[in-house]
Design a protein around this ligand. Structure first.
Ligand SMILES: [Zn+2]
Ligand SMILES: [Zn+2]
Length: 283
């Protein structure tokens, strides 16, 4: 079954024009610029994401410098880097200026609240792993915490051999998206944590929400508009997750392509499926 969505030009050619990426954030920014030009409906959210990614890139670089000086511990139970709190005023101003209305108002309120409340918000969102974020201030906190989580996770020396569960092996959150990576003649499915960006292998015909293995109850939908995107649904727990098929489009950036394919979320939610975990921009 194919879903019918508005058709727009989708030119994935000229891979030789891809710039040399120096960092994952530069790669994401480049891809967001490309997709914003292709998909007018996603231009606003991707434009905001580009500002977010630049902020996160700066924060990640600050964390790297602090770590090099011995200023960061490993695996803290609460986010204890002073760089996080110090980055908040500029971030909140950025959201006020560039963000969608529902984030802008909350950013204004937060900026006018005492720093102790920022600290409490960051700690709470760092520690809350079971419940998906819901309130706008939680998404803002997760944007600030995400580079920190990625930084700490990348230095944790995580061993994933034999790990088969659906939740993130590092931070215990549900996966935000899937990735199909070419392997032999086919592709293997990985799940990706939207917070610490851990990626781990997960069987293809299993629901990441409830563990259902009956293929008849796990429909996968695709749309001509996004030939490399899959909406993987479960008719038992009524959740869905979007997967990015890198075998079909090697230029895709999983995080950014997931953000850009908003119509697939609207379609899934109109058909009674709830997203396993929203992305960092609350979709
Ligand atoms: Zn994680
Ligand atoms: Zn399920």
């Amino acid at each position: 079954m194919r879903i019918q969505l508005r058709t727009v030009a989708c030119d994935e050619s000229k891979p030789h024009n891809r710039p040399m990426a120096k960092s994952p954030w530069q790669q994401r920014i480049w891809r967001a610029e490309q997709l914003a030009a292709q998909h007018p409906f996603a231009a606003e959210i991707l434009g905001f994401y580009i500002h977010v990614a630049r902020f996160q890139q700066d924060l990640h670089q600050q964390l790297g410098r602090a770590s090099a000086k011995g200023g960061l511990g490993s695996l803290p139970s609460v986010p204890d880097a002073p760089e996080l709190l110090a980055s908040l005023p500029a971030f909140l101003s950025l959201v006020e200026e560039k963000g969608p209305a529902r984030f802008a108002q909350v950013a204004r309120d937060l900026r006018n609240s005492p720093p102790v409340s920022w600290s409490e918000l960051l700690s709470r969102c760092w520690s809350t792993t079971g419940e998906p974020p819901d309130a706008p201030q939680e998404f803002l906190a997760l944007v600030v915490l995400q580079p920190y989580a990625e930084f700490v996770r990348s230095r944790a020396g995580l061993q994933l051999d034999g790990y088969t569960y659906a939740i993130c092996p590092f931070c215990n959150r549900k996966a935000a998206l899937g990735v199909l990576r070419p392997q032999g003649d086919g592709a293997r499915r990985n799940l990706v944590c939207g917070f610490c960006l851990c990626e781990w292998e997960f069987r293809r015909i299993v629901c990441a929400g409830c563990g259902q293995e009956d293929q008849a109850k796990l429909p996968v939908y695709t749309a001509e508009q996004f030939p490399h995107m899959r909406v993987e649904c479960c008719d038992v727990c009524h959740t869905y997750i979007k997967s990015v098929d890198l075998a079909k489009n090697g230029l895709a950036d999983p995080l950014v392509d997931e953000l850009a394919s908003v119509p697939l979320d609207l379609w899934a939610q109109e058909h009674g499926y709830a997203k396993l975990r929203p992305n960092l921009l609350g979709m």
